[in-house]
Design a protein. Structure first.
Length: 195
């Protein structure tokens, strides 16, 4: 399968995975979409992943043995979501798990799984595959530097020595109760607009 055709096949999955991100992380989603919109306005001629997408960067690792060693994605926004979409032929009971160190989590991830992680906060890695198995991964993420660049008026720090600080990152992650309240409110607003 050629690269373009491969990406076309992934496209519907990407849309659905991004929608899931909006459901579970509405405020980090909104925060990141605002960044995308600011960049689209400032650089209208650039190619963007998908209009309104909360992720500025995309990596496709077609393996066929896409497993990673323990690492942190230090360039990503600390309070930003990294979406990991897994596909391939492997036994998810024995292979390819995602380990989130510090959170003490080991997740099984069968083909079709979408993981959302704070990739700059939790060191993470995969369990190796068995012989004959293949695993591929598409990741969507946004580098912290892009937020800084926008916040500095689309200038590098050298031209803008005083950096604004965003201390509200953690507040954008909602508890289950807050999440329900958020979507109830959104629904009420949508209904009110409809009537
Ligand atoms: O393949 C995975 O489950 C993790 C991918 C990952 O951590 C990365 O691409 O940085």
């Amino acid at each position: 399968m050629g690269k373009l055709s491969f990406c076309r096949h992934l496209f519907p999955f990407s849309i659905s995975a991004i929608e899931k991100c909006k459901t579970w992380f509405p405020l980090p989603f909104q925060h990141a979409v605002q960044l995308n919109q600011a960049f689209c306005q400032y650089f209208p001629d650039f190619d963007w992943i998908i209009p309104g997408c909360p992720f500025m960067s995309l990596s496709i690792n077609i393996g066929p043995h896409a497993v990673c060693e323990k690492h942190l994605d230090l360039a990503n926004l600390v309070a930003g979501i990294c979406l990991i979409f897994v596909f391939g032929h492997f036994d998810y009971k024995t292979s390819g798990h995602l380990i989130l160190h510090h959170a003490n989590v080991i997740w099984e991830g069968p083909s079709g799984t979408v993981f959302f992680i704070l990739s700059a906060v939790f060191p993470h890695q995969n369990i190796a595959l068995l012989a004959g198995e293949d695993r591929c991964v598409m990741t969507l993420y946004t580098q912290a530097g892009l937020f800084r660049f926008r916040d500095q008026g689309f200038q590098t720090a050298a031209h803008c020595p005083t950096l604004p600080h965003d201390l509200a990152g953690i507040d954008r992650f909602l508890t289950a109760d807050q999440l329900q309240a958020h979507w109830r409110e959104q629904l009420a607003q949508a209904r009110a607009q409809h009537h």
